[in-house]
Design a protein around this ligand. Structure first.
Ligand code: ATP
Length: 456
C-alpha cells in the first residue's frame, strides 16, 4: 500500500490557467474538519479508498437527494431502483467489460511502481535506479479494471464474480421487470445511485480517481426516431442541474466526443467538465448508447428485451440515452467551487465555504454567548434540529465560533445573548455577507427555513 493521500501538486492541465486553490489546502481542510479522509487511516490508508466524515456524509447525501429529486421525483417518466452490487457474472460478458474494460499498464522493473501507459509523462523519476533517474519500463499490457470476488465457499471458477464497475448494467438487467411493474411505456427512464468499483492503476487527485466511488446514473429508453431529441433534452437537463448546484459558469464546460473517442456502438457523447486545480476534468458523461446494451443482454440472457409499439405497430429494441455522474467527483468539485479565502476589514482573514444553502452540511449553528445561556440556546437548537441539520457550539469566543462555521460552509449562525432573555430575540448572522439581524425566537424556524428553501 502506497501513500494514501493520492494528491498531486497543482499541475496546470493543458488549457487551464493556474488555479487559485492548491489541492493540498483543500485536502488538509477536508481531513481536519471531517469532510473526507483516507480510509483506514490508522493503518496508513489504502490507496484509492476514502471515508466521508460527519460533514462529508451530509454534503454527499444532499447531492444525492438533489439528483434524486430532479431526475426521479420531479418526473413522471423516470423511476428509481436500488440493485445489488454483485450481478450475474454473465452481465459483464454481455456488457463487454470482461473483454474490453482495461487500461494499458506498464511496470518499472527497478522501483516496481505501476503506471498507466498512456500517462507516462506524469510518472516522475525512478527512486530505485542509481546513476539514472529514468524508469525501466516493461512492455505495456492490458489490465482489467474490474475488482473480482468469490461467491460462496467454493473456489470453483464459476463462482467468481465482480464488484460492479458501473451501476447501469443492472438497470439493463432489470429493464423488463421494472417497465412492467411500474407500468411505464417507452420513452421512460430508470435511475439509480450506488457504489461502483474500479481497480484503477493510478488512483489520484484526492477522490477524483478512486477505486470505490458512487455513481448516479439514469438510462432513458426511447424509440430510434427520437434518440437525437432525447440526447439534447438530457444534455440541457443535466447542465441545468450543474448550474443549479452553484458551479460558476467559468468553471463548467461541455465537451463533445470526437468520432475517434466514441465507443463503436455509440452515436454521440458529451462530457460535463469542471475546472479542478489539476485541470479541466469530467464529472458527468451523457451518452447515446444506441440499442447496444439491451441487444447484448437479450443475446446473452436469451430473454427478449425488445418492446411492442402499439401505435406504430412495430417491435423494436429501445435506444438508450445515458446520464452518468460521479457523486464523489461532484462533491469534490463542490468543495473546490465553494472554497474562498477572504481578508476582512481590520486585516483578519477567514476561510469560507460558499456552499449553496441546500447543499451545506450544516444549515444553522446555535451559539450561546455564554455557557450560562446554554439552556435556552439548547431549546432553540432542538427546535431547529427537527427541521434540518443544526449544530450546537458553546466553546470558545464568538468570533472563533463564527470562523469555524464559515470554514465548513454553515449559512446561518444563531447567537443567543443576554438580551435574548429580555427581548425574546436572537441574532442571525449570515455567512456570506456577515450581516447580523435580530429575529424573534418564536419565528426563528420559519425565518431560516424561508432562506434555506431557495431550492435547487
Ligand atoms: P475517466 O475517463 O475519468 O476514467 P470514465 O469516462 O471512465 O471516466 P464513466 O465510465 O463515463 O467514466 O463513468 C461515469 C462517471 O463516473 C464519471 O463521469 C465520473 O464522474 C465517475 N467515475 C468514473 N470513474 C471514477 C473513479 N475512478 N473515481 C471516481 N469517480 C469516477
Amino acid at each position: 500500500m502506497s501513500d494514501a493521500s493520492g494528491v498531486e501538486s497543482a499541475r496546470p492541465n493543458g488549457d487551464s490557467e493556474r488555479h487559485p486553490l492548491a489541492m493540498e489546502t483543500l485536502v488538509a481542510l477536508c481531513a481536519s474538519r471531517g469532510f473526507i479522509f483516507p480510509s483506514s487511516e490508522i493503518y496508513g490508508g489504502v490507496n484509492g479508498f476514502w471515508d466521508y466524515g460527519p460533514l462529508g456524509v451530509e454534503l454527499k447525501n444532499n447531492v444525492k437527494a438533489a439528483w434524486w429529486q430532479r431526475v426521479v421525483r420531479e418526473r413522471q417518466d423516470v423511476v428509481g431502483i436500488d440493485s445489488a452490487i454483485i450481478c450475474h457474472p454473465r452481465t459483464w460478458e454481455a456488457s463487454g467489460h470482461v473483454e474490453h474494460f482495461s487500461d494499458p499498464m506498464v511496470d518499472c522493473r527497478a522501483c516496481k511502481k505501476r503506471f498507466r501507459a498512456d500517462q507516462l509523462d506524469e510518472a516522475g523519476k525512478c527512486s530505485a535506479r542509481e546513476g539514472s533517474s529514468e524508469h525501466d519500463f516493461t512492455e505495456a499490457r492490458d489490465f482489467n479494471l474490474m475488482l473480482q470476488t468469490q461467491i460462496g465457499a467454493s473456489l470453483d471458477a464459476t463462482t467468481a464474480a465482480y464488484l460492479r464497475p458501473e451501476t447501469c448494467q443492472s438497470i439493463f438487467n432489470d429493464f423488463k421487470r421494472v417497465r412492467e411493474a411500474a407500468r411505464q411505456k417507452i420513452p421512460f427512464g430508470i435511475a439509480q445511485i450506488g457504489k461502483a468499483f474500479r481497480n484503477e492503476i493510478t488512483p489520484r487527485n484526492f477522490t477524483f480517481r478512486s477505486r470505490e466511488f458512487e455513481q448516479a446514473e439514469m438510462e432513458f429508453f426511447c424509440h430510434p426516431s427520437e434518440r437525437e431529441q432525447w440526447f439534447e433534452h438530457w444534455k440541457e437537463e443535466r447542465l441545468r442541474f450543474h448550474r443549479d448546484l452553484g458551479f460558476s459558469p467559468e468553471n463548467l464546460r461541455t465537451r463533445s466526443h470526437g468520432e475517434d473517442e466514441l465507443a463503436h456502438y455509440a452515436k454521440a457523447a458529451v462530457d460535463v467538465d469542471f475546472r479542478f486545480p489539476f485541470g479541466w476534468q469530467e464529472i458527468e458523461g451523457i451518452h447515446d448508447r444506441g440499442d447496444w446494451d439491451l441487444s447484448r443482454h437479450s443475446e446473452f440472457s436469451g430473454k427478449d428485451l425488445s418492446v411492442t409499439d402499439e401505435v406504430r405497430k412495430e417491435r423494436y429494441t429501445p435506444m438508450v440515452i445515458e446520464t452518468s455522474v460521479g457523486v464523489d467527483r461532484t462533491c469534490l468539485a463542490l468543495l473546490v467551487n465553494a472554497y474562498a479565502e477572504e481578508t476582512l476589514d481590520g486585516g483578519d482573514t477567514r476561510t469560507v465555504m460558499r456552499f449553496q444553502p441546500a447543499l451545506a452540511p450544516i444549515k444553522a449553528a446555535v451559539l450561546p454567548l455564554s455557557k450560562k445561556l446554554a439552556e435556552p440556546a439548547r431549546a432553540v437548537h432542538s427546535d431547529l434540529q427537527r427541521c434540518f441539520n443544526a449544530f450546537y457550539d458553546e466553546s470558545g469566543n464568538i468570533g472563533r465560533r463564527y470562523r469555524r462555521q464559515d470554514e465548513v460552509g454553515t449559512p446561518f449562525c444563531v447567537t443567543y445573548d443576554f438580551d435574548s432573555n429580555e427581548d425574546g430575540r436572537v441574532t442571525v448572522r449570515e455567512r456570506d455577507s456577515m450581516e447580523q439581524r435580530r429575529v424573534p425566537v418564536e419565528g426563528i424556524v420559519s425565518y431560516l427555513r424561508d432562506r434555506l428553501e431557495v431550492a435547487l
